[in-house]
Ligand binder design. Structure first.
Ligand code: NAP
Ligand code: ZN
Ligand code: ZN
Length: 349
């Protein structure tokens, strides 16, 4: 492989800065891709700043990758040179356990390999992510992209897309169901597009009154600003399902009180401090709090194909990589509509 360059965090405090490193040549079942676009997930910010206490430096973040195939191993069947390939949050797993065998590699019993800041199963190096010019990955962990979709707007599907598609499918969101979505950010706006597309009655909860119009345009049937106690109360005991995609610490109580008997609130947001809740709101409606993480390779491809068929992509603001630190700051101010995507051609300048 030609030498790789990207932007890295060298520790939890410093801004991301230019960084060069090397990747191995692709093995027989692997492809090398030139990265065209990489989305900016809030997890990248949590990780770069070691907010979950598991970071490894130097760290090249990025796990919403779309690129073009520049090399293929001799046994690769899914891709040929020049094809578009997409890579998400995991790039390997044991490939032998029960979850791996059914395509749920993200639940690998030995732990899946993350796209960055994780020990690589092949050569023991630490994986470096998509804020860079290239990637080497086994074809099993790369996806094909429907030809009708804009590639910059596809990138966020690889994390924000699958992380919301999967729980909405698992908890059978569809016609006749009333669904609440908490937090209108990168994940939230994809949840909104999917829940609307699946035919549910969708209520978007937001802390940002200025996002109301956008929420309606993105598919919400109703929008509630969560600081409006009366508007919240009007929805008491009425939801079949609530999905929480908030990145900052908060209480779940105001939302648990909105669940119907036997309904579920599923968390995908990962604040550094866990959300709080009172047990009374659970016992009085036999409610469940659940969690969900990305999706397996089979479901990720299913989600991409669904997006192709229904013309669903992310709403993106494309930035040069030189603006990544500014983008992180804007994420913290809830100032993104609704996903930053890095145009990797900016690395060449
Ligand atoms: P994001 O684009 O920054 O969106 C987060 C949203 O949370 C904001 O837009 C905002 O929505 C809401 N929010 C922010 N601060 C808040 C506060 N103090 N109180 C209440 N609401 C607040 O982030 P993202 O990329 O969508 O990621 C969201 C979370 O999911 C992150 O923690 C990320 O690490 C996690 N994640 C989990 C998985 C998984 O597999 N489970 C995968 C990817 C990401 P409003 O302005 O509408 O209130
Ligand atoms: Zn992510
Ligand atoms: Zn496994």
């Amino acid at each position: 492989m030609p030498s790789s360059k990207g932007y890295a965090a060298l520790d939890a405090q410093s801004a991301l800065a230019p960084f060069t490193f090397s990747r191995r040549d692709p093995g027989v079942t692997e492809i090398a891709i030139e990265i065209l676009y990489c989305g900016v997930c809030h997890s990248d910010l949590h990780m770069a700043r070691n907010e979950w206490g598991q970071s490894i430096y130097p760290m090249v973040p990025g796990h919403e990758i779309v690129g073009r195939v520049i090399a293929t191993g001799s046994s690769v069947t899914k891709f040929k040179m020049g094809d578009v390939a997409a890579v998400g949050v995991i790039v390997d797993s044991c490939r032998q356990c029960a979850p791996c065998n059914r395509g749920d590699e993200h639940f690998c019993q030995q732990g899946a390999t993350l796209t960055y800041a994780a020990p690589d199963r092949v050569d023991g190096s630490i994986t470096m992510g998509g804020y860079s010019n290239n990637y080497v990955v086994d074809e099993r962990f790369a996806h094909t992209v429907p030809a009708n979709l804009d590639l910059a707007s596809v990138a966020p599907l690889l994390c924000a897309g699958i992380t919301t598609y999967s729980p909405l499918r698992h908890w059978k969101v569809g016609p006749g169901k009333k669904v609440g979505l908490v937090g209108l950010g990168g994940l939230g706006h994809m949840a909104l597009k999917f829940a609307h597309s699946f035919g549910a009655h969708v209520v978007q909860f937001t802390t940002s009154p200025k996002k109301k119009e956008d929420a309606l345009r993105l598919g919400a049937d109703e929008v509630v600003v969560s600081s409006d106690a009366n508007a919240m109360k009007a929805h008491a005991n009425s939801f079949d399902f609530i999905l929480d995609a908030v990145s900052a610490p908060h209480s779940l109580d105001d939302y648990l009180a909105l669940l119907k008997l036997d309904a579920t609130m599923t968390l995908v947001g990962l604040p550094d401090t866990p959300p709080t809740f009172g047990v009374f709101n659970l016992i009085t409606r036999r409610a469940s709090i659940a969690g969900s993480m990305i999706g397996g390779m089979v479901e990720t491809q299913e989600m991409l194909n669904y997006c192709g068929e229904h013309n669903i992509v992310s709403d993106v603001e494309v930035i040069p990589i030189q603006k990544i630190n500014e983008a992180f700051e804007r994420l913290l101010k809830q100032d993104v509509k609704y996903r930053f995507v890095i145009d990797m051609s900016s690395l060449k300048g």
